[in-house]
Ligand binder design. Structure first.
Ligand SMILES: O=[N+]([O-])c1ccc(O[C@@H]2O[C@H](CO)[C@@H](O[C@@H]3O[C@H](CO)[C@@H](O[C@@H]4O[C@H](CO)[C@@H](O)[C@H](O)[C@H]4O)[C@H](O)[C@H]3O)[C@H](O)[C@H]2O)cc1
Ligand SMILES: [Mg+2]
Length: 361
C-alpha cells in the first residue's frame, strides 16, 4: 500500500501527540508535588503517546485528532491502540473490557472495528499507526489454563484475522501486540508465539497494512540492558531485553512467511534494572521512569521505532481490593498504591515517571 511502500511508516514522519493526553497532563500541572517542574510536565504533553480506544465511546475522538493533526502539515501519523476484544485481558482482572464472549461480544466487537474503520476511511489520506490488541495473542500462548482465555481463544483468533482484513487500508500501518521479552522470550514460549503470529498473519491473508509486531506495550523492559548482563529477575531467560527478543523472534517469523518489523514501547523503561520483585509483576511498578524518547532512529534495522504506547500516568489497574476489576498484581509490594481503575489518570505515577525520567525530560 502507498503508506507502507516506503517500508518504515515512522521514517520521515512526525508522530501526532494527542489532545486527550495533553489535556490530562495540563490538568496534572497544578497538582504537581513541590519540586517537580511544570515546564518538564508541559514538555511531556508534547511527547507523542498512543491513544487507547479501550471502549466504543472513545472511537469518535479520532475525528478530533484528524482535525488537530491537519494543523501540523507535513507527514504526520496518528498513533492509536485497538483494544476491545471480548474477554479482554483474559488472564488478568484489571483491564477487562466492555464485551464478553458469553454476551454476544464477537458481534459487538465487529461493530467496534467497523466504527474505527469508518473514522479512518473518513480521514482520507491522513495516516495512522495501529497497535493491535495488547496482551491478546500473548495470553493465548501462555494462559490457555485460564478459563476466560480458553473461552475466548477462537474468538481472539477469528476476530483478529477478520479485523486485520477489515483494516487493510492504504493509510494504515498495523503492529500486532507481541507481549515482551519477559513474557514470550522464554525458550518454552518463543516457538509457540512465532507459530501463532505467523498463523494469524496467514489467516488474515498477509495484509499489506500489517508491518509487524509491537513489544513491551505497558511493560518496563530495557531495549538493550545496560552492560548487557541480564537482571536477576530474568532468572534463566537469557532473552532479557527487547532487543534480544525482537532479534530472536524476527528471523523465526521471516522463516514462517511473516517478514515482521517491530516497534518497542519505551515509555516506562527509563530505570534499569526495575524494582520488580518478580518479572511477571506488571501493575503500576514502583521506581520506573519515562524512557528513551520516541524515535525512528533505533539503530536496529528490525525496529522501525521506539514509541510510547502506554501513556505515562494512565493507571494499569486499581489497588482497591473491594473495587470492580481488582487484580492482586496491583496490590503487590512493588506496585505503587493507592491506584485508581485501569486507564484512569494516576497523578502519583505520572510524578514518579517524571522524577525518574532517563534520559531526563
Ligand atoms: O523456563 N522457565 O524457567 C520458565 C519460567 C517461567 C515461565 O513462565 C513465564 O513467566 C513469565 C513471567 O516471568 C510470564 O510473563 C508474564 O505473563 C503475564 C500474563 O500471564 C503478563 O501479564 C500481563 O502483562 C501486561 C503488561 O505487560 C498487562 O497489560 C496484562 O494485564 C497482564 O496480564 C506479564 O507481563 C508477563 O511478564 C509468562 O506468562 C510465563 O509463561 C516460563 C518458563
Ligand atoms: Mg493492562
Amino acid at each position: 500500500t502507498a503508506f507502507l511502500a516506503g517500508g518504515n511508516p515512522f521514517a520521515g514522519a512526525s508522530v501526532y501527540a494527542n489532545t486527550f493526553y495533553s489535556k490530562r497532563v495540563e490538568a496534572a500541572i497544578p497538582k504537581l508535588a513541590s519540586g517537580l517542574s511544570a515546564d518538564k510536565a508541559k514538555a511531556v504533553a508534547k511527547i507523542p503517546s498512543f491513544f487507547w480506544m479501550d471502549k466504543l465511546e472513545r472511537v469518535p475522538e479520532i475525528a478530533n485528532f484528524v482535525a488537530d493533526a491537519k494543523k501540523m502539515g507535513g507527514n504526520v501519523v496518528i498513533p492509536l491502540v485497538v483494544y476491545d476484544l471480548p474477554n479482554r485481558d483474559c488472564a488478568a482482572l484489571a483491564s477487562n473490557g466492555e464485551y464478553s464472549v458469553k454476551d454476544g461480544g464477537a458481534e459487538k466487537y465487529k461493530g467496534y472495528i467497523k466504527a474505527v474503520k469508518d473514522q479512518i476511511v473518513a480521514a482520507g489520506s491522513q495516516k495512522f499507526v495501529l497497535v493491535w490488541e495488547p496482551d491478546s495473542l500473548a495470553n493465548l500462548v501462555t494462559n490457555m489454563n485460564e478459563q476466560k482465555c480458553q473461552e475466548a481463544a477462537s474468538a481472539y483468533k477469528e476476530l483478529t484475522a477478520w479485523g486485520l482484513k477489515e483494516m487493510n487500508l492504504p493509510n494504515v500501518a498495523i503492529y500486532l501486540d507481541a507481549g515482551h521479552a519477559g513474557w514470550l522470550g522464554w525458550d518454552a514460549n518463543l516457538g509457540p508465539a512465532a507459530n501463532l503470529f505467523a498463523q494469524i498473519y496467514q489467516s488474515a491473508g498477509k495484509p499489506a497494512a500489517v508491518r509487524g509486531l509491537a513489544t513491551n506495550v505497558a511493560n518496563y523492559n530495557a531495549f538493550k540492558f545496560p552492560g548487557g548482563a541480564c537482571p536477576s529477575y530474568a532468572e534463566s531467560n537469557k532473552v532479557c531485553d527487547e532487543s534480544r527478543y525482537v532479534n530472536k523472534l524476527g528471523p523465526m517469523l521471516k522463516q514462517k512467511g511473516f517478514p515482521a518489523n517491530f516497534i518497542v514501547d519505551t515509555g516506562r523503561s527509563g530505570v534499569q534494572p526495575t524494582k520488580q520483585q518478580k518479572w511477571g509483576n506488571w501493575c503500576n511498578v514502583i521506581g520506573t521512569g519515562f524512557g528513551p524518547r520516541p524515535t525512528a532512529n533505533t539503530g536496529d534495522a528490525l525496529v522501525d521505532a521506539f514509541v510510547w504506547v502506554k501513556p505515562g500516568g494512565e493507571c494499569d489497574g486499581t489497588s482497591d481490593r473491594s473495587a470492580p476489576r481488582f487484580d492482586a498484581h496491583c496490590d503487590s509490594p512493588d506496585a505503587l498504591k493507592p491506584a485508581p481503575q485501569a486507564g484512569e489518570w494516576y497523578q502519583a505515577y505520572f510524578e514518579q515517571l517524571l522524577q525518574n525520567a532517563n534520559p531526563p525530560i
